[in-house]
Design a protein around this ligand. Structure first.
Ligand code: PRX
Length: 662
């Protein structure tokens, strides 16, 4: 157990977690209501929570807009002249926005969207790399009541297409191309490919991130951490001539041209607290990705408080969250919460290893970053490179460190604590999900820490570990992680699919929210998250569904059937292994393995590229025909199976699989 220093406790918002947690649990609604009073509302609520199982409506009757809190209210205070963002490009170019300047850009872009017919409730897809326009576009949508659907720029055209179709977006915002290490990725071409059969897209707005997409020269404007494989997007060689056909007349419009002609004044739309703010697609254990829907009111209250208290946010902090706004971490803790809190956020466009593996530490030294939030995969990658690299830099500005996205193993935790935090900075290992919207199980700066444990539930969060019948699991016994009461940033539903929402989250253990994770709780009440219990695979913290990768493989003409499992991976947490049976007449080969890996990249994105393809004559199935992934997982990670195989239809299949080579 690592105890907090007196200095940290003295500075912390919360000094006695246990006492406050107990108090809040007696009346969580009163607690959240008090916190909500710290924010601006156009009209107060009639009721804090209306819980109509399984739908929670927070701050019913209230009117608000998250942008009113993120930007508008700061325009009347000294925060107007404070820096909201410090953005640094891969080429080290800088762009800085005060709250006043950011507000002006957002107002202008909101007017652009309105001039193109975007109205309250319309859906807008945002497919941008990590540049300020990504944040401006999100905020402009929210300001006018449009619902944004940000798609991570590492997804392929096929994945983008499915997300645009499901959200029924009218407009797409992208970049012409952008630098990615020493390549140029042509995101506009990916969009063209995605929307060629979607006639409902009225316009594509294109940000010019690169002077000419063929030349690879960056203009002076400006992913999830650890991710170094965006190369599924079309790339161009540095010397190819500019593409004269980039823009389709009428449909495609340059961002800078639209912004040059528009007004800087725009009123913020009055929204019901329960109105939708965004859709964010995430993978589940079955079927296509789910559009997780979040609303303005409850979400803004939940994310506002968690960042403030968990990272002890202070006015002079420089906050660096290494995620991408294509994922929920970026939505909540790069865009909305830091702005609501009036913080200064630092953003680096590039990857953690480019142009050199010490780039993050160099940036922390140069910009005096005080709070740093990243993913275990990145920590493990840095740890592997040794202490010499971070030791070259002055990291004394750091005060609190954070971790998110996957379990952090104690060894990586200790390295992060000692080598980066110099044993001065507590590590906030925050457990949460796209669906929860806000951090849910986490230490606070004043908490005693256990390396590898996500600590205890945040105030008002009633988390538990249960057995397969839904009864509380015994101390130190692995079970299923559930949440027993609604919380403010909770998802509203799955967009367009209420039935799936009920099934997915509220049916496994009737009446309580099922997270999909396995966990145990120790004798001190600390939670230890073990990983997913369902068929979701976490590669470098990115969430992928086995069934999504399987459908991608089966869409290849040579593949008859496939089963995908996750196996432990030293660096990435988990790696993807695909078992594939071929249609008759096709023979396994190394070339085909490569082709299938590439096929997955084209269908989903480089983040889903299988580590291994294993050809099999048959897959192990139960008598009712269900593929036994548990056996495949064992075969892939241990090379053999142990345990119960009584439901297996044909044991010889397993014997054959175990002998098959990678
Ligand atoms: O399995 C848990 C893991 O990430 C899942 C949620 O993934 P996603 O919706 O993509 O959101 C990631 C960023 C919030 C969870 O079900 N996870 C997230 N944080 C942790 C974690 N596992 C262990 N420890 C964490 N701190």
């Amino acid at each position: 157990m690592i105890l907090p220093s007196k200095e940290i406790v003295d500075q912390a918002y919360v000094k006695d977690y246990e006492k406050l947690y107990k108090e809040v649990q007696e009346d969580p609604e009163a607690f959240w209501e008090n916190i909500a009073h710290e924010l601006s509302w156009f009209k107060p609520w009639d009721k804090v929570l209306e819980w109509n199982f399984p739908y929670a409506r927070w701050f019913v009757g209230a009117q608000c807009n998250i942008v009113n809190n993120a930007l508008d209210r700061h325009q009347k205070t000294a925060t107007k002249d404070k820096l909201a963002y410090i953005w640094v490009g891969q080429d080290k170019s800088e762009r800085k926005y005060t709250y006043g300047e950011l507000n002006e850009q957002v107002c202008k872009f909101a007017n652009v969207l309105k001039s193109l017919g975007i109205r309250k409730g319309d859906k807008v897809s945002i497919y941008l790399p990590r540049i300020p326009e990504q944040f401006i576009a999100m905020l402009a949508c929210a300001k006018i009541g449009a619902v944004h659907s940000v798609v991570f720029s590492g997804f392929s055209s096929e994945a983008l297409k499915n997300r645009i179709l499901d959200a029924q977006a009218k407009l797409v915002i992208t970049a012409n191309a952008y630098p990615y290490k020493d390549k140029v990725l042509e995101s506009k071409k990916t969009v063209d490919e995605a929307i060629k059969d979607i006639p409902t897209i009225e316009h594509v707005i294109v940000v010019k991130r690169i002077e000419s997409e063929g030349k690879g020269k960056e203009t002076s404007i400006g992913n999830e951490v650890g991710q170094s494989n965006n190369s599924n997007n079309l790339t161009s060689s540095p010397n190819r001539p500019p593409n004269p056909n980039l823009m389709t007349a009428v449909r495609d419009l340059w961002y800078h041209e639209l912004m040059a002609k528009t007004d800087t004044i725009c009123s913020t739309e009055i929204m019901e607290a329960t109105d939708p703010l965004f859709i964010l697609y995430t993978s589940g254990s079955t079927g296509k990705p789910k559009g997780v829907l979040h609303a303005h009111g409850g979400y803004m209250v939940g994310i506002y408080l968690t960042l403030k208290w968990i990272f002890n946010l202070q006015p002079d902090d420089i906050w660096f969250c290494t995620a991408d706004a294509g994922w929920v971490t970026g939505h909540s803790y790069i865009v909305y919460s830091p702005l609501i809190n009036g913080a200064t956020t630092f953003v680096y466009e590039g990857t953690p290893d480019y142009p050199h593996p010490g780039i993050w530490w160099e940036l922390i030294q140069k910009y005096k970053i005080s709070k740093f939030y990243t993913a275990p995969t990145a920590v493990r990658a840095m740890m592997r490179l040794g202490d010499e690299i971070p030791n070259k830099y002055d990291l004394s500005s750091l005060k609190i460190l954070g971790s998110v996205g996957e379990p952090i193993n104690p060894e990586a935790w200790m390295w992060y604590y000692k080598t980066i935090g110099k044993e001065r900075c507590p590590i906030m290992d925050t457990w949460w999900q796209t669906e929860t919207g806000m951090q849910m199980i986490t230490p606070l700066p004043s908490s005693p820490l256990k390396p590898g444990s996500a600590n205890k539930p945040f105030f008002g969060v009633e988390a538990d570990v249960v057995d397969d019948k839904g009864s509380p699991a015994a101390v130190n016994t692995q079970g299923f992680l559930v949440i027993k009461k609604p919380w403010p940033a909770m998802l509203r539903t799955i967009y367009g699919d209420h039935e799936r929402y009920k099934q997915q989250y509220w049916s496994t253990f009737p009446g309580i929210y099922w997270t999909g994770d396995e966990a145990r709780r120790d004798e001190d009440g600390y939670f230890w998250i073990m990983g997913r219990a369902d068929d979701v695979i976490k590669v470098s913290g990115h969430r992928l569904g086995s069934s999504e990768i399987e459908s991608a493989l089966v869409s290849h003409p040579f593949v008859a059937e496939s089963a995908v499992v996750g196996i432990p991976h030293e660096l990435k947490g988990q790696g993807v292994v695909a078992f594939v049976t071929l249609v008759s007449g096709q023979a396994p080969s190394e070339t085909l393995k490569d082709e299938l890996k590439k096929h997955v990249v084209t269908q989903i994105g480089a983040l889903a590229r299988p580590e291994q393809i294993r050809f099999a004559k048959q897959l192990p199935k139960t008598r009712s025909g269900k593929i036994m992934r548990r056996l495949l997982r064992q075969i892939a990670s241990e090379g053999k199976i142990t345990g119960d195989t009584t439901t297996l239809e044909d044991i010889s299949v397993v014997a054959a699989l175990s002998q098959d080579e990678e």
